[in-house]
Design a protein around this ligand. Structure first.
Ligand code: ATP
Length: 333
């Protein structure tokens, strides 16, 4: 079974080192997400995998084929791999339809119209088929760019912030359509994104980059349930680092555990005594900031708005505490 093998011992622009000790595999058909703060090296890594940047120390293989970088390929990029960069690379003076058609195989002329319709459907832009690309908004152009990379049905698809310019109204259905389509076709995907909504529902595995190094590479659900550090957890949203002694006063452990806001449950009578500082409307719930005894700030969710100055008692299940303590042990060793 084909496997994408990525090894970058070190890579830098000019003299500055950007990536080091990178090594991971992606089996055919798997969807890997790459998350990391801005500047952590996500785009650089995708460009290396696609063969746009030359790596002295490292190599990239798809099965037995080595991805040759710009020092060996006059036109960088491999036929079986497509890369959607943050700038879309469209032909502005031709129509949406022509932009897509240009990437369809010349050997399948009779099926072109059907494929164009299928791709326009996928990006929800059927009514724009005859519109010139230069007249489209940034988000619409990004959707056309997505259709273009899909037109050739690559074996490996690299997506760099694929929904960054698309508004929420279209974004949710587009990412469901797109990732469902790619999974059905068995395409191997690597998506670089800041947005946990691009990652949590769709990526089989998630790799976390920090300062150009891998800090985690796990099944997405396991990583969310057991984040190895604060940095990883905070990429998924708000998170608290809570001293165990605050949660369980009898515990003689000088450690903290990571607790997501939805894992802190309120009670009127017992738990960590906390005074409400702010209550933020989040749509389906309120995210509250509270000051616990001893001054620790805690973020916690409630179904209703809380009044500033109110006192609540917060609790975390023993099961959650124990699970998080186990990860601490694992990563310390
Ligand atoms: N062409 C370049 N020349 C020099 N330095 C660069 C170049 N491209 C990127 N960098 C630097 O490399 C580092 C990693 O950038 P990269 O774009 O890979 O990060 P990223 O994680 O994709 O960030 P973002 O999420 O903001 O897109 C940054 O410090 C950036 O300034």
């Amino acid at each position: 079974m084909a496997l994408l093998k990525v090894r970058v011992d070190s890579f830098g622009y000019e003299s500055r080192n950007i990536l080091q000790n990178i090594s991971f595999n992606v089996p055919r058909g798997q969807h890997l997400a790459i998350m990391g703060e801005s500047g952590s090296g996500k785009s650089t890594l995708l460009k290396i995998i696609y063969g746009l940047l030359h790596v002295e120390e490292g190599d990239i293989f798809w099965g037995n084929q080595e991805v040759l970088g710009p020092n060996y390929n006059l036109v960088p990029g491999e036929g079986y791999m497509k890369y959607l960069s943050q700038d879309f690379d469209l032909m502005p003076f031709t129509t949406v339809e022509e932009n897509i058609a240009q990437h369809l195989s010349v050997f399948e002329r009779e099926t072109h119209q059907r494929r164009i319709t299928e791709l326009l459907d996928l990006i929800e832009m059927k009514s724009f088929a005859k519109v010139k690309v230069k007249k489209l908004s940034g988000g619409q152009q990004q959707r056309v760019a997505l259709a273009r990379v899909l037109a050739q049905e690559p074996e490996v698809l690299l997506l760099d912030e694929p929904f960054g310019h698309i508004d929420n109204f279209k974004r949710n259905s587009l990412r469901r359509n797109l990732f469902h389509h790619l999974k059905e076709k068995g395409i191997t995907i690597i998506t670089a994104s800041h947005d946990p909504n691009d990652v949590l529902p769709f990526a089989d595995r998630t790799l976390i980059l920090k300062n150009g190094e891998i800090v985690a590479n796990e099944q997405t659900k396991d990583l969310f349930a057991n984040p190895p550090n604060y940095y990883t957890a905070s990429l998924f949203g708000e998170v608290n680092e809570v001293p165990i002694g605050l949660l369980k006063s009898y515990a003689a452990i000088e450690k903290s555990v990571l607790v997501y806001p939805h894992e802190l449950k309120t009670s009127d009578t017992s738990g960590v005594k906390t005074q409400v500082v702010r209550s933020y409307f989040n749509g389906g719930h309120y995210l509250n900031k509270g000051e616990a005894e001893g001054g620790t700030m805690l973020y916690f969710n409630t179904p209703n708005e809380l009044k500033v100055g109110d006192t609540v008692f917060l609790n975390v299940s023993l099961e959650t505490i124990n699970r998080r303590l186990q990860i601490g042990k694992k990563t310390n060793t």
